[in-house]
Ligand binder design. Structure first.
Ligand code: SF4
Length: 62
């Protein structure tokens, strides 16, 4: 599974970085995805981060 963040929608709240630091990181107040493929072991945390994003900026792609 791949994951993308819509930089235009993201409000840099940091929630996804807190929930899944293996996938998301904050870089100059912008969230970046630091993996090409989401590791199986953090899949659940990554999906929760996407569900909990307040502006629905996180897209998961199979
Ligand atoms: S949870 Fe959503 S709005 Fe907050 S930093 Fe992550 S992508 Fe941006």
């Amino acid at each position: 599974m791949k994951v993308r963040v819509d930089a235009d929608s993201c409000i840099s709240c940091g929630l996804c970085v807190e929930e899944c630091p293996e996938v998301f990181e904050m870089n100059d107040d912008k969230v970046c995805v630091k993996v090409d493929e989401v590791p199986e072991v953090v899949m659940k945390a990554c999906k929760e981060a996407a569900e909990n994003c307040p502006v629905e900026a996180i897209r998961l792609e199979e």
